[in-house]
Ligand binder design. Structure first.
Ligand SMILES: [Zn+2]
Length: 476
């Protein structure tokens, strides 16, 4: 990591929390404290329905005791004693899940018409307010804005989730824009070495990367303890696995394994059209899934960013529209209306259902699936809200509530290598918890009813965080 800026008082540096140690309320700045609703050292959440992230069946009437930022006790309300001096909250009728681990949670936002904006203000508030307590940035357009934001959050100066930094995107000579274009393996090694020294823990490869550069980047990353993921196309999933990649983004909709006309190192232009018609349980799908599982390569689901491309889907969540800047809202609504009126979006209903079925088959085949929002596309998947939407889409895909919660929490923590500290509601873990009003098992949309979000045992007021970004998504 970079050293803290010179103007930081030494005392503040001395108490700056080490990554993954609990952040205490007395180290939080006023800008953060204004969003804090619960800051007592010992808190008991009593009589909750618990979906604990391990994949275990939901447990009714549980009590969770938080002490000094960690989960001190969890079990049936009848047997767990509320410690003297604890702030006891009777939460009958509420559900508790672990803090969400957003594995494709960029700190920038892009929408149709070329809009692209770094969301250093709205992003961390939307994520935390929606229950996302850990994010992997999964590709950066403004790396120093993200390095500095992580530093601010870690020091308690800005509210937001824990951040796992990803370097700028790497791609091949056909790519460009804000990405690093790598034209030799040597350039790939140089790139990885530099960003490792700047604090990145992940590298993200994009659609035009070639095998030689991807392989070199992976080897250099592994030498330095970094991991590599990709939104691929020119390199197929199975080729990337052979090169040693750790994680693959988006599932079936970016898997060029399904295109029999594909040339080596070239991204076929026909890919999406083909995927709309491919069989998610056919031979290619099975071979791809088998290869990933055998080599323990995980996959990130981002269903929420694809849904707005599909006609006749519920894509006008009032909360999303209110959070958007007026101009962004107008443009998004116009594009959605066009898709609905023609009945044809870039992704077909069949394509979305195939993507869901492929992810289901991957998990059934023993694959490690995580999830993230990917706040891009035509702009309808917002930070945090889109992570929540993923939960509803997982239920639609046929996962149980316990499976869906595990995908969105413990599995991400495992891929990030922090599962010994967080990702489940278990004794000794950091107290990253989301309180939902209602019964999540009975009604998937309860995932939207976030009331309090605990990070390091500090309870943040979701409504205040979300309220602070109204009309600002697409601005900052
Ligand atoms: Zn992305």
């Amino acid at each position: 990591m970079r050293p803290p800026p010179a103007f930081v008082p030494l005392a503040l540096v001395a108490i700056a929390p080490v990554a993954l140690s609990a952040q205490r309320p007395d180290s939080l700045a006023a800008d953060v404290r204004q969003y804090v609703a619960v800051d007592t050292a010992v808190v008991a959440l009593t009589h909750v329905l618990l979906v604990d992230g391990t994949g275990a069946a939901p447990k009714p009437d549980q009590t969770i005791v938080i002490r000094d930022g960690r989960i001190a006790e969890v079990g049936p309300a009848a047997s767990v004693q509320v410690p003297g001096g604890a702030r006891a909250m009777d939460l009958s009728g509420s559900t508790v899940i672990p803090g969400l681990v957003g594995m494709h949670d960029h700190l920038f936002y892009t929408a149709a018409g070329g809009r692209a904006v770094q969301m250093s203000y709205t992003g961390p508030r939307l994520y935390l307010g929606s229950g996302v307590t850990t994010i992997r940035t999964t590709g950066s357009r403004a790396p120093y804005a993200e390095i500095n934001l992580k530093d601010q959050i870690d020091r308690g100066l800005t509210p937001g989730p824990r951040i796992h930094l990803t370097a700028p995107y790497i791609t091949g000579p056909q790519g460009g824009g804000s990405m690093a274009v790598l034209s030799s393996p040597e350039a790939a090694r140089r790139f990885v070495a530099y960003w490792a020294s700047e604090g990145a823990t992940w590298i993200k490869a994009y659609t035009d990367i070639r095998r030689a550069e991807l392989g070199a980047a992976i080897a250099e990353a592994h030498k330095r303890g970094l991991k590599v993921t990709g939104h691929l196309c020119s390199v197929s999933f199975q080729e990337a696995v052979a090169l040693g990649i750790d994680n693959l983004e988006h599932g079936m909709l970016t898997s060029s394994d399904f295109d029999p006309t594909k040339q080596p190192d070239v991204c076929p232009v026909t890919l999406l059209g083909r995927l709309n018609q491919s069989d998610p349980r056919g031979d290619v799908a099975q071979a791809t899934i088998r290869t990933l599982v055998q080599h323990r390569v995980s996959m990130t689901s981002t269903l929420a960013v694809y849904e707005p491309f599909v006609a006749h889907r519920p894509t006008k969540d009032a909360r999303v529209l209110q959070a958007m800047a007026p101009e962004v809202r107008a443009s998004y609504t116009r594009i959605r209306d066009e898709i609905d009126s023609t009945g044809h979006g870039p992704v077909t209903q069949q394509g979305l259902q195939s993507a869901m079925a492929f992810e289901k088959a991957f998990v059934e085949g023993g694959g490690l699936l995580a999830a993230g929002v990917d706040p891009t596309g035509i702009g309808g998947a917002l930070a945090g809200f889109g992570d929540q939407r993923n939960y509803e889409l997982f239920i639609e895909a046929g996962f149980t509530p316990a499976q869906a919660v595990r995908i969105m929490t413990a599995n991400g923590a495992r891929i990030l290598g922090v599962d010994n500290r967080l990702g489940t509601v278990e004794r000794g873990k950091l107290a990253d918890l989301v309180l939902l009003h209602g019964d999540l098992v009975a009604e998937p949309s309860v995932i939207r009813n976030v009331t309090l979000v605990f990070k390091d045992g500090v309870g943040y007021d979701s409504a205040k965080l979300i309220g602070s970004v109204q009309g600002r998504v697409g601005v900052n």
